[in-house]
Design a protein around this ligand. Structure first.
Ligand code: GLN
Length: 304
C-alpha cells in the first residue's frame, strides 16, 4: 500500500476546497488559531510514518484526550467503570444536558463531556497526583517526554466553561461524582488542553491498532478485549451525533476534538491523525472528515 502517494494526492485535492466550517467560538483561545492549518500523518504497525502539511505543529487535542483518560481508568479498574458510565451512542451534542437529567446522572458514554467528567472523577479518586500521573501516562504512550498541557487553553476554557460546570454539578446531584466538582473540572480542562501534533497523535494512538501494546516498547496498555471495546466505542460514539455519519463515510473507529483534530484507527494496520481547525455544525473538523472519507475510499482500507 503506497500510503505516501494516497495521502499526498488526497491532501492536495482537499487543501483548496472551500472551507465550510468555523472556528469554535466558545473557548476564547481557540479563536486565534490560523483557520488555514491543515496537516495529516499516518503511522503504521510496520513502523513507517508519512506526514504532509502542518503535521508537525502542535494543536489543542481537546476531546481526543478522552480516549487516553478512558484507557487509563479502564486499565486500572477494568469493567467496574461501566457501572458509572454507559456504552451507548448519545445521539446528542457533546455538551448536552438533556439526557443526563432523564437518565439520572449516568452519562451515555465516556466520550461525551458528561462521561469524560465521570472518568476524570474516577481518576481523581484513584491517582495521588492526577495531573502529573496522567501526563506521565500520555508521555509514556507517545514515547515523548516533552508533551504537556497548555495553561493558556485550560485557563481560557475554565473561564468560559459554563456548560461543563453545569454538567458536573448535575452529575454530582445524582451522586455520580465523588470528588469536589471544582477539582474534577480543573483536571478535565487540563486534559482537554493537551497539545500534540498529527505526528505525535498518530504515534500515540498506535496501541489501539496493536492489540493494546505500544509499538515502541511493546508495553501492554490495555488487554486485547479492552482494546476491542475501546475501538468499538470510538466507532459508535467518537463523533457524538455524527458518529453514524463518520462510520458511514469513513468506516474507522475514531475520535474528534474541537481543536480540529481527528484520530482514526485501522486495527492491526495503522493510526492516522488529521488537523484542520474549522468545525462543522456537529463540532467535528470539516476538512478532516472530507480527507478521511477520501483516504479510506482510495486506500480501500476501512474496517467494513
Ligand atoms: N474541552 C471541550 C469541552 O469540554 C472538549 C469538547 C470537544 O472537543 N468536543 O467542551
Amino acid at each position: 500500500m503506497n500510503f505516501e502517494e494516497i495521502i499526498r494526492e488526497v491532501y492536495l485535492k482537499n487543501q483548496p476546497v472551500e472551507e465550510k466550517g468555523q472556528l469554535p467560538a466558545y473557548i476564547p483561545e481557540l479563536r486565534y488559531v490560523d483557520p488555514a492549518k491543515f496537516g495529516v500523518c499516518v503511522s503504521t504497525l510496520q513502523k513507517e510514518t508519512y506526514g504532509i502539511g502542518d503535521y508537525q505543529e502542535r494543536f489543542s487535542i481537546q476531546s481526543i484526550a478522552k480516549v487516553l483518560s478512558l484507557s487509563l481508568a479502564y486499565s486500572m479498574l477494568g469493567g467496574n467503570i461501566w457501572n458509572r458510565v454507559g456504552v451507548e451512542p448519545s445521539g446528542t451534542s457533546f455538551n448536552s444536558l438533556i439526557q443526563l437529567e432523564l437518565e439520572h446522572g449516568i452519562p451515555r458514554n465516556p466520550f461525551i463531556n458528561a462521561g469524560a467528567l465521570v472518568i476524570c472523577d474516577i481518576l481523581l479518586t484513584h491517582l495521588t497526583h492526577p495531573k502529573e500521573e496522567f501526563l506521565d501516562y500520555v508521555r509514556s504512550l507517545s514515547n515523548n517526554p516533552d508533551l504537556t498541557y497548555s495553561d493558556r487553553i485550560a485557563a481560557s476554557e475554565k473561564q468560559a466553561g459554563y456548560r461543563n460546570v453545569a454538567l458536573c454539578n448535575l452529575i454530582k446531584s445524582f451522586d455520580n461524582i465523588m470528588n469536589d466538582p471544582v477539582d474534577v473540572l480543573d483536571f478535565y480542562f487540563n486534559l482537554c488542553s493537551l497539545e500534540m501534533s498529527c505526528e505525535e497523535l498518530s504515534r500515540t494512538f498506535l496501541y489501539l491498532a496493536n492489540d493494546g501494546y505500544t509499538l515502541h516498547d511493546d508495553k501492554q496498555i490495555l488487554t486485547k478485549s479492552q482494546t476491542k471495546r475501546t475501538n468499538a466505542l470510538m466507532q459508535t460514539c467518537g463523533f457524538y451525533d455524527e458518529s453514524g455519519e463518520f462510520a458511514f463515510k469513513v468506516g474507522l473507529p475514531g475520535k474528534s476534538g474541537v481543536g480540529g483534530g481527528i484520530v482514526a484507527i485501522h486495527p492491526l494496520q495503522y493510526s492516522i491523525a488529521v488537523w484542520s481547525p474549522c468545525l462543522n455544525e456537529k463540532g467535528n473538523s470539516y476538512k478532516g472528515m472530507l480527507f478521511l472519507e477520501e483516504f479510506t475510499t482510495r486506500s480501500e482500507l476501512s474496517i467494513f
